[in-house]
Design a protein around this ligand. Sequence first.
Ligand SMILES: NC(=O)c1ccc[n+]([C@@H]2O[C@H](COP(=O)([O-])OP(=O)(O)OC[C@H]3O[C@@H](n4cnc5c(N)ncnc54)[C@H](O)[C@@H]3O)[C@@H](O)[C@H]2O)c1
Ligand SMILES: O=P(O)(O)OC[C@H](O)CO
Length: 346
Amino acid sequence: MISTRPIRIPIEGATRVAVLGAGSWGTTFAKILADGGADVALWARRPELAREIAESKRNSDYLPGVNLPRTLWSSHVIEEVLDGAEMVFLSVPSQSLRSNLRDFGSLIPRDALVVSLMKGVEKGSRARMSEVITQELGIDPARIAVASGPNLALEIAKEQPTAAVVASTSLDTATRVAMVATNPYFRAFVNTDVIGTEFGGVLKNLIAVAIGIVDGVGYGENTKASIITRGLVEMTDFSVAYGAQASTLSGLAGLGDLIATCESSLSRNNTAGRLLGQGYSFSDVIKQMNQTAEGLSSVAPVLELAQEKGVVMPIVSQVAEVLAGTMNPRDIAPHLTTDSALPQGE
Ligand SMILES: NC(=O)c1ccc[n+]([C@@H]2O[C@H](COP(=O)([O-])OP(=O)(O)OC[C@H]3O[C@@H](n4cnc5c(N)ncnc54)[C@H](O)[C@@H]3O)[C@@H](O)[C@H]2O)c1
Ligand SMILES: O=P(O)(O)OC[C@H](O)CO
């Protein structure tokens, strides 16, 4: 049978990139890259979605009302998308990354840079996404980068000005990726603190769930500001215990993302928390969410990692209790941050 799928027309002189995962962030990031001049192929699992993106330049399920760049091409055939890729951006749910890489990792060109756009920790192994990539692809960490920051997909897809950070143990890799991921409405900074950049993205999700919970209960701005501020302390203590630089957590990947995610009703983590605060059970919330809320899966591995290093995370622990149904959402509170009755230093 003759294929009638749209064919890819190479863009001469442009960096050839593949984006794997055509959900809200994968599609938005593909737009960022294409608007920056890259030659972008986007992998969608469903053929009908790949066709809609390639032909109509729309992804109506995930980014309603957004026009995608004319040059953006999409396919459900992974071999076609990865063919000749100089950079590969990964945007699938964190819990599926390992099995995805087992399926198609061997098709990633040997010299390509591999970039994680994800903000989760794997359950069981407790691995960060860059660690899963290293383990499954067996490549030099200097060829791996992670991108993070206050990056709510729909706002960026509407071309609202935004900054992000790209981290790699190799500054050269971070710089190459950041240059491709920069356009008139999106600016990527660089650093070499992969641990802090990744953990910032993971941990802000958990604090955003807490904010959603208290919002759902009906508490106001004092409670939320207290949770955000004390949450940043938990994020920083945890990340530093694992080798991050504290300054990364006060940057775009930490405080920046914490503010965006805690303030926005676009955030899936915040939304999931709000439903919990309104009295829905964890299983009801899972049923209602049709997009990835990474925080829900990351709570358990984060608390296990915290315990290993003796880091105290009262807010994240309370989120875990609300998820487990052992704490009434009304009782989640920033003042329950110490076992001691004595006042603590801030
Ligand atoms: N949406 C955002 O604003 C945003 C911003 C920054 C980072 N992120 C991160 O990006 C990652 C992806 O999130 P998203 O918002 O695109 O999620 P999403 O739910 O919108 O899309 C997930 C995509 O992965 C696909 N998928 C689901 N299960 C899969 C599997 N088993 N194998 C392969 N593909 C599978 C889905 O079909 C979908 O295309 C998450 O880690 C998220 O934290 C999201
Ligand atoms: O919708 P969320 O909660 O996954 O958050 C999206 C981004 O991570 C915000 O930076």
